[in-house]
Design a protein around this ligand. Structure first.
Ligand code: GUN
Length: 291
């Protein structure tokens, strides 16, 4: 059996069509959604991701600002720029591209983003809201995975879900979302003793570890749904995921390709979160004017 492809590129394009209409409706209410993307340093992968995010905003009619700071920028200067964006009424969402250069404390910088503009869902307040089951902004990659599963009608209730990776960006919020969808969750990480034991039990397997083609067919339960969050560059410059696509597609029932799987969904969900932030601002303004 060869798995069906979970086509993130096509699903994201469909969503982005709908976003254009939502953006136009908000612009008509005087709140054209706006996103600021802050990039510190010249990490080549981050530079490409940021370029793609800004281009997707423009295509949807979202106002965007791309703030590029040199790698040696003092943390206090980065925080000043973020605070100015917090006050800027054209900006509804602020994203600080990670990773930051090693001398900068990520937690301190992320805490400077106003929680109501935190479209990445990384602020303590938003992480807490998600943990309590009442989310405001859901981190873009796990939200994209959930949307992709929903687009294919894949049931989650009562199923065994195994997540490989425990990052704040993917693994942890992914676990919370799958738990909220009534799946049974296992989170594996670098200290997990027998990784294959866990992955072979998974009906839904989400892999976010950053190791090229690490998950091979023998580690996958026949019929599993396999979601590959990894984006790695091979020596020849081509991209591959954390899953060995060629072998795993022969045992899985559904699989995401890399590229064209989770990546485009992450960008689509960033647009969704930015539009939602602008909707919240528009509602607040209208309530204020009506009072
Ligand atoms: N680096 C890798 N993924 C992400 C993401 O979703 N948001 C931000 N801000 N940085 C990232």
């Amino acid at each position: 059996m060869s798995a069906s492809i979970l086509d993130g590129k096509a699903t994201a394009l469909r969503l982005r069509e709908q976003f254009r209409d939502q953006v136009a409706a908000l612009a008509a209410r005087g709140q054209r959604p706006g996103l600021a993307v802050v990039l510190v340093g010249e990490n080549p992968a981050s530079t490409v991701y940021v370029r793609n995010k800004v281009a997707a905003c423009e295509a949807a009619g979202i106002y965007s600002e791309n703030i590029v700071l040199s790698a040696d920028t003092e943390p206090a200067r980065i925080i000043e720029r973020i605070e100015a964006l917090n006050r800027d009424p054209r900006i509804h969402g602020i994203l600080v591209q990670l990773p930051l250069p090693p001398h900068i404390d990520e937690a301190t910088v992320l805490a400077a983003v106003a929680a109501h503009k935190d479209v990445d869902g990384f602020h303590t307040e938003n992480v807490g809201a998600l943990a309590l089951g009442n989310p405001r902004f859901i981190p873009c990659t796990p939200r994209g995975v959930m949307a992709l599963l929903a687009s294919a009608g894949i049931a989650l209730c009562g199923r065994e879900a195994v997540i490989v990776g425990r990052s704040n960006i993917v693994g942890r919020p992914m676990a919370r979302l799958l738990l909220a969808a009534d799946a049974t969750i296992t989170v594996c990480h670098s200290r997990t003793r027998d990784l294959s034991f866990h992955t072979r039990r998974a009906e839904i397997l989400v892999v976010a570890i950053g190791r090229p083609a690490m998950i091979t067919a023998d580690m996958v339960k026949p019929g599993a749904v396999v979601i590959d969050v990894g984006i790695n560059r091979r020596a020849d410059g081509s991209l591959c995921g954390d899953v060995d696509f060629a072998s795993v597609r022969e045992v899985a029932s559904w699989i995401t390709p890399v590229p064209g799987g989770v990546g485009p969904m992450t960008i689509a969900m960033l647009l969704a979160n930015t539009i939602e932030a602008a909707q919240q601002a528009a509602n607040q303004t209208e309530r204020f004017l009506a009072a």
